[in-house]
Design a protein around this ligand. Sequence first.
Ligand code: B1M
Length: 210
Amino acid sequence: MALLDQISERLQAGKAKEVVALVQQAIDEGIAAEKILNEGLLAGMNIIGEKFKNNEIYVPEVLVAARAMSKGSALLKPLLADAGATATGKVCIGTIEGDLHDIGKNLVIMMMEGKGLEVIDLGTDVTPDNFVETAVKENCNIIACSALLTTTMNTMAEVVNKAKEAGIRDKVKIMIGGAPVTEEFCNNIGADAYTPDATSAAEAAVEFCK
Ligand code: B1M
């Protein structure tokens, strides 16, 4: 089996140690970090998502796969950094209130830091007040919100409202993303940018900070 397929397969089996070893082997063999991420780790995670949706696997299996994904991608972090990254700016990021999914958010952080941005990670289950208070206190250029559940994405509208109430709406850009989020939703709630993946999120953040 090809190395990237092995990474995907071991990730699906939740074998974090084996995933780490295989990712290291792929790095040593000179495979590009983005290829390892997309064709190995994320490919495996997508299959997990499909099986979860079809009730072929349940939360415990998804959790161990998610852990393997996190451990494997941590190895790629230094390699995903842009050589000579010069962007400056501060972002506070988190997964919205009620939502515990953090793999996508962590990838967004990795890509943003790789471009030189300073990122404050608020973690998961972050309230709109927490986003806005942090942006005020830390003088952030960007508030970035991730949501993976259709039930939690609507709370992102509250972040926009709270930013207006706090009088910082003209000073801070609000970026949103996550599997159920769309451009149309972004326009409806009055956020500044929707991006579909971590790479485009980092690129948009750099543009906002120029
Ligand atoms: Co959950 N879960 N989950 N889950 N989970 C989904 C999201 C689901 C689609 C699965 C399914 O049914 N097909 C479904 C949501 C359905 C819906 O809302 N319509 C679901 C459900 C229902 C649930 C529970 C309710 C299950 C239960 O308990 N019965 C529960 C909710 C818990 C909670 O949050 N309160 C739950 C729990 C879990 C686990 C804890 C087991 C685990 C999370 C572990 C963790 O994150 N540490 C988990 C996982 C892993 C998934 C799936 C399988 C994979 C998500 C993932 O990490 N993908 C997911 C199925 C799926 O998405 N196909 C599913 C990989 C990741 C890299 O992609 O996060 O989309 P993603 O990020 C992408 C882009 O979206 C984007 O960049 C990333 C890639 O470049 N992006 C941004 C993300 N944030 C961004 C922000 C940006 C820009 C781009 O700007 C700010």
